[in-house]
Design a protein around this ligand. Structure first.
Ligand code: BGC
Length: 764
């Protein structure tokens, strides 16, 4: 039932499209302001503070909305929204309390961690980023929005755009890798996918960009740990993806847990106001992360009253879970520590978000049981997810073209991840029904049909240490131990393997070995699985390692000893099918790494766009005394950024420049011809890098500036053209001015960041 107040909001956010940019949006923006002004005039201070409160969903997840503790708070106008409640019925019941039993009948916003799909689960973000395909990435977010919005959700805590260069950090799985340029393109694509063109139809949801900021640079890769870096590095290497998401019109941002320059991000005026609002002109609202305000007590920033005031003063609008705002802001106001204007500004931004989502027009806009029944986990969505998953896989090695496997071959599928559904969707798949995910075994059998000759054996535990295995098997993703010993598991595997034509070893990490609070100090495949792999190799049969991981692993030994390695990340609900599609060659792999794979954990952080140092190691050298290197390992990664093989072979011609000088206001083009020298149609990501040879600050040895994913039929050649303008050469100098400096540049084009063709030009 709509109240008269709700009927005031007759203007959908469609009229507010790109409110910051188009003049046509101005009247709609003015109408939103009039509406929110009128509403806020009626609101008491307590009701305004109530809007800033985002409690945990507590007993509502299982109980009755109206009689719950949170239900009582909602009735008292103390709740602005809730998150991670699943189903239309539950969400509708809670919304009913808000719009029928509160004084002002203000609807609530409903959030969820829809990180890489809803019930139809796509690859973990790190995997998805390896598609380097913005259409595919946007589409995955669109389908996620379609399903989530059909099931009552209107706000997602995604995209996670934290640049991460330390694979010890488990949350590297949730982001888009190490590079600011690729990360920025993906951030914008995700926002477009969730939010649509800004009109917020009822199948769009509002994005919440996280974790602002620099969360991925946690010291020692330990989650929630301190980050500390120069502003030049922040502006050039870590902030761009958040900015790209803000520029794409993201409706909200989430503050990160870490400190930045000695102040927790949640309390950082520099981040929340100076950069986000003043420099970038961000118009959405900012929510803390889970108890982010309260955690500032442990950071040593004061008691709850003090840190809550600090957060509001910094520019935070909404308090997730901790209720610091709810319980202390009034007192801080009386003491003059904060102002009414600050509370009003925060409240206004949250009401505006609800307005944009059309919730004042129809609070049940996203609560349609029919849609929920029809639009979630559909065959069509699953089909797309399967195709997308296959594109995220990265073929790391394929010696002697072991892959693709002939469909007539008899296959021994071995490994703790071979017949496991729960781990396929990967970390942060809150809405997934694991029983509906496809295991590798099911995938292989389904693709092979009745001719299938696949036998399975577990072969080893995930890890010999059962306590580790428990920690790595949270949230219903545990690995059952059936009482058999390590030796019994191995014997069974070897006996099956010896009778097969090909061994497919499904090994690596479990889904929860990456993700939040899943940092590792050892980034290799667990030892017991390695021992299994060695035993499988000893059979003399061809071995294909199907590698599950949520982070770059140290694969030196595997790269030297295993003939074929297909990195499948965690491919989502359709992972098993997609893996089979690629193993049998129905899909030619085309994924390219968005993070560098080190030789060992000691090289970390290792990333392609590093600085040169004053004592760079000579080209092709392993070690030189008094040069920047290690005694015990070369500087090279096992697999560089941008790397990934295909069943096709791609040959790159030399690069041609339209001119070797570039003037302000003009552009030059770089062209290269790529030929598919094989009998298989394939896709290739053609990558463009530059190097600024002399700068007012030191510049990286390579920076990604463009890429194009092309399709080449067997034997086909295509000319790929990139246009370079002065803008592409800009960076933040030591005064944090975004400038391009005249001088010498190098330009590189290739199929990864290491194997490139090079030319030179001058910026005049
Ligand atoms: C995570 C966020 C997440 C939030 C809500 C936190 O622990 O850091 O990424 O969105 O919980 O579930």
């Amino acid at each position: 039932m709509k109240s008269t107040l709700l009927l005031l909001a007759v203007f959908t956010f469609g009229q507010l499209v790109n409110a910051q940019t188009t003049p046509a949006a101005k009247p709609a923006e003015a109408k939103m302001k009039t509406f929110v002004d009128a509403l806020m005039k009626k609101m008491t201070l307590d009701e305004k503070i109530g809007q800033l409160n985002l409690p945990g969903s507590g007993d509502i997840v299982t109980g009755q909305a109206s009689n719950s503790d949170i239900g009582k708070k909602i009735k008292d106008g103390q709740v602005g929204g809730l998150f991670n409640i699943k189903s239309v019925a539950k969400i509708k019941a809670v919304q009913k309390v808000a719009v029928e039993e509160t004084r002002l009948k203000i609807p609530m916003i409903f959030g969820m961690d829809v990180i890489h799909g809803y019930e139809t689960v796509f690859p973990i973000p790190l995997g998805l980023s390896c598609t380097w395909d913005m259409k595919v990435i946007e589409r995955s977010a669109q389908i996620a929005a379609q399903e989530a919005s059909a099931d009552g959700i209107n706000w997602t805590f995604s995209p996670m755009v934290d640049i991460a260069r330390d694979p010890r950090w488990g949350r590297i799985a949730e982001g888009n890798g190490e590079d600011a340029y690729l990360g920025s393109r993906i951030a914008a694509a995700m926002v477009r996918g969730y939010q649509g063109n800004g009109t917020y139809k009822n199948n769009n949801i509002m994005a919440c960009v996280k974790h602002y900021a620099m969360y991925g640079a946690a010291e020692a890769g330990r989650d929630y740990n301190t980050t500390d870096m120069s502003r030049v590095r922040m502006y050039n290497e870590y902030l761009p993806p958040y900015k790209a998401a803000a520029d794409a019109g993201a409706g909200s941002m989430m503050a990160s847990f870490n400190e930045v320059e000695g102040i927790p991000a949640t309390g950082s005026k520099f981040l929340m106001t100076d950069v986000l609002r003043k420099q970038w002109g961000f118009k959405g609202f900012v929510v803390t992360d889970y108890t982010g305000i309260n955690e500032m007590e442990a950071h040593g920033m004061g008691d709850l009253k003090q840190v809550s005031a600090l957060a509001l003063n910094a520019g935070i609008d909404m308090d997730m879970v901790g209720e610091g705002f709810l319980t202390t802001l009034k007192k801080s106001l009386q003491e003059g520590k904060i102002t009414t204007a600050q509370i009003d500004a925060a409240c206004r931004r949250i009401l505006e978000a609800k307005y944009k989502l059309g919730l004042f027009d129809d609070p049940y806009r996203y609560c349609n049981e029919e849609r929920a029944a029809k639009e979630v986990f559909t065959d069509a969505n699953r089909k797309e997810a399967r195709a997308i998953a296959a594109q995220s896989f990265v073929l790391l090695k394929n010696q002697g073209n072991i892959l693709p496997i002939k469909k007539s071959a008899s296959i021994a599928l071995i490994g703790p991840l071979g017949n496991n559904k729960e781990n396929m969707p990967g970390t942060w798949s809150v809405a997934a029904d694991f029983s509906k995910a496809t295991s590798v075994l099911e995938g292989l059998r389904s693709v092979l049909g009745t001719s299938a000759r696949v036998t399975y054996a577990k072969g080893s535990f995930l890890d010999d240490d059962s306590l580790f295995e428990q920690r790595a098997g949270m949230f219903g993703k545990s690995f059952d131990r059936d009482g058999r010993t390590k030796q019994q598991l191995l014997d069974e595997a070897i006996s099956i393997a010896s009778q097969s034509d090909v061994i497919v070893a499904a090994l690596g990490e479990s889904a929860e070995m990456s993700g939040e609070c899943s940092s590792r100090s050892d980034i290799e495949i667990p030892q017991t699985q390695k021992e299994l792999l060695m035993a499988l190799l000893k059979t003399g049969k061809p071995v294909v390692l199907v590698l599950f991981t949520g982070r770059p692993l140290a694969l030196k030994w595997e790269n030297e000893n295993v003939p074929a390695i297909l990195n499948v990340w965690f491919g989502g609900s359709e992972a098993g099918f997609a893996i089979a599609d690629v193993l049998f060659g129905d899909v030619n792999p085309s994924g390219k790494l968005s993070t560098t794979f080190p030789q060992n954990v000691g090289q970390v952080p290792i990333f392609y766009s590093h600085k040169n140092t004053g004592r760079p190691l000579g080209e092709g050298k392993w070690f030189e005394k008094f040069r920047s290197n290690y005694l015990d390992v070369s500087n090279d990664p096992v697999y560089p950024f941008g790397y990934g093989l295909s069943y096709s072979n791609f040959y790159y011609s030399d690069v041609k420049l339209s001119s070797n000088t570039l003037k302000a206001g003009q552009t030059i083009t770089a062209t290269v011809t790529v030929t598919n020298n094989s009998k298989v149609d394939g896709k290739e990501v053609v990558q463009l890098y530059t190097r600024d040879m002399v700068g007012s600050i030191t510049r990286p040895v390579k920076e990604l500036k463009g890429f194009q994913k092309i399709e080449l039929k067997a034997g086909e050649s295509k000319t790929v053209t990139f246009t370079i303008s002065v803008n592409d050469l800009k960076f933040y100098n030591s005064n944090l001015k975004f400038v391009a400096e005249p001088g010498d540049f190098k330009l590189f084009i290739g199929g990864n960041s290491r194997d490139v063709k090079e030319v030179a030009f001058k910026l005049l």
